[in-house]
Design a protein around this ligand. Sequence first.
Ligand SMILES: Cc1cc2nc3c(=O)[nH]c(=O)nc-3n(C[C@H](O)[C@H](O)[C@H](O)COP(=O)(O)OP(=O)(O)OC[C@H]3O[C@@H](n4cnc5c(N)ncnc54)[C@H](O)[C@@H]3O)c2cc1C
Length: 422
Amino acid sequence: MKNYHFSNLSIMKFDLSKDQKVFLQKIDGICKLLREDEEKSYLNESLNEKVIPFFNKIGMLGCPISTEYGGLGYDILTYLLALERIGEEGSSMRTFFSCHTSIGQMILQNWGSDEQKKKFLPNTTKGIDIMGFALTEPNAGSDPSLIETTFEESRDHFIISGKKHWVGNGTFANTITTYAKEKGSDKKISAFIIDMNSSSIKKKEIKNKVGLLTVKNAIIEFNNYKISKENLLGLSGSGLSIAFSALIDGRLSVAAGAIGVMRDCLNETIRYSKSRSQHGTVLAKKQLVQQHISKIIVALESTKWLVYKAATIRQQLQIYLDTLKYEDNRWIFKINRKNKQYSDLRNECDRLSAIAKYYATNASVDVTNRSVQIFGSEGYKKTSRVARHFLDSRATTIYEGANEVLELKIACEILGSEYSAY
Ligand SMILES: Cc1cc2nc3c(=O)[nH]c(=O)nc-3n(C[C@H](O)[C@H](O)[C@H](O)COP(=O)(O)OP(=O)(O)OC[C@H]3O[C@@H](n4cnc5c(N)ncnc54)[C@H](O)[C@@H]3O)c2cc1C
């Protein structure tokens, strides 16, 4: 069995700092302002046009991005607490941020060269450019090593061809990262920064989704798309490692959002069960309704521990990532630390984020289902908050690593790679 760096529980504090409180109050204020628009947009299956400008006013479009590039420079936990609050307004709104920041900007921040960061990040933190992440393909979902999108190298550029699908924010994102295999090679996958304003890129909205109705997903096709060599992200051949590092942040964002979903369901079910009477008393006095409510509370509280612990370790990893510099075809740590410490931390983040996402999303499917049950027929209408949470939560056990695959990953980390059951 491997030795893990477990966090020092004695330094884990769950009180918010004054700074965090002030920022989260701003997030709360915007969420309240946007509530009605979000509901209307959901029912019309359209983008909520106010999300970007309103959150932009308080800097949320660059929350954990360095101030050097126009971000707020907040730590991972503060960012996740903001997503937790946004999650109360629905996983669609939270998913917009997961795609723009967690699996969008953070990839550039952590793996981009200084020039790439200077070129691309400032517009994204100002909300001028929106980001997305294009890894999945029709024949490569849980196993991204099967991707068929190719790149070819010529003297001063790369040519990319292939098809991605389900790209969140993909209908309007201006900058995305994508992942392609070198033509003729079965292994070498590289990451690229894509400027979406090109006639060689076609995008089409994915329709008829079950939930997540205010976030837009796209099919994106690259038809001999010419890209400057300067847009290669990280080392040639390190594409999957970059994508997997992004999924650590993606998973944490989903898990944090699920806390918000469960909190909103708890508030809604308390309100409703105290106001609705059947058989002579309010629903809140029925033992079986109380059983649903207690299960919601336990799921909510358990998820918080997993997410906050993972976020604390992820912050430690960020301190290492901030010291990375790309020089002479390799990553160099600016401070004199051994790479083993980095890889141990990354493995631990990988493990804890998988556990948090797996638990949080299963819990939120269960919690939202129970909430619909407490609301009875009232919960079976998309106009009820619990119904929308129920529909949205279903996607969260599929994306950012389907939960079955995460179960295998969690077990394999402890059993050892020789027991890999993928
Ligand atoms: C709403 C939504 C948004 C998305 N956003 C993005 C995005 O922004 N960018 C992006 O790149 N992708 C995105 N995706 C794609 C998502 O990451 C994939 O759907 C996911 O990785 C699963 O791939 P798949 O759908 O092809 O399912 P498959 O990989 O075909 O899996 C189907 C089922 O088989 C199970 N399974 C697969 N392999 C194994 C195994 N070895 N053992 C046991 N069970 C297994 C899975 O757990 C799943 O239940 C999104 C998907 C959805 C639904």
